[in-house]
Design a protein. Structure first.
Length: 180
């Protein structure tokens, strides 16, 4: 939690009742070098890809095939809901961010999307591998499991595209610190 107040300095002002303390941000501001156009494009693509990932995952959660209802396959399936929740929180923080972000907005939005996207992708790879293993063991269920596998793969692909997008468009310092 120490990153939450990083870049802030305490300022004191005299009032009738004594001194009043307030925190003022004096650290670096982050954003994209391309300016508002690039930021709007990246935010839009992140929103579309995150919502696509979440939608496909929820579709598979609520309409599982026979393999998806096996108790050992439910572990990565249910665990994937945790990073998905944090990805949605990160997306919300990113979408509400202005053109220049404080350090805490960078961590709570853009970097949260990256970190939890990696966790989500890892769980999706495990889930898909388990599903493919189930199909190999039960080849007679291939037709029933095919749509389930394709939706899992599409969710993983959307997440991979988002991670590539975030990697190619890193947030950078757009304004240096203003320390007195």
């Amino acid at each position: 939690m120490n990153w939450f107040f990083e870049g802030y300095q305490a300022e004191y002002e005299e009032t009738e009742n004594g001194q009043k303390k307030r925190l003022v941000y004096r650290g670096e501001y982050y954003g994209f070098r391309g300016g508002p156009k690039e930021q709007k494009r990246v935010k839009t693509l992140c929103a579309v890809l995150t919502l696509l990932t979440v939608g496909l995952n929820l579709y598979d959660q609520f309409r599982p095939a026979r393999g998806g209802m096996i108790h050992w396959m439910a572990i990565p399936s249910l665990l994937s809901l945790v990073p998905m929740m944090f990805m949605l929180i990160g997306l919300g923080n990113l979408l509400m961010a202005g053109e220049k972000w404080e350090l805490r907005v960078l961590y709570a939005g853009y970097r949260r999307l990256w970190r939890w996207g990696l966790a989500y992708g890892s769980l999706m790879v495990l889930w898909l591998a388990m599903e493919l293993g189930f199909v190999i063991v039960n080849p007679g269920l291939l037709g029933e499991e095919l749509l389930y596998c394709l939706i899992l793969a599409a969710s993983l692909a959307a997440q991979a595209v988002q991670l590539i997008l975030i990697r190619r468009h890193p947030a950078q310092v757009v304004r240096g610190p203003n320390i007195r």
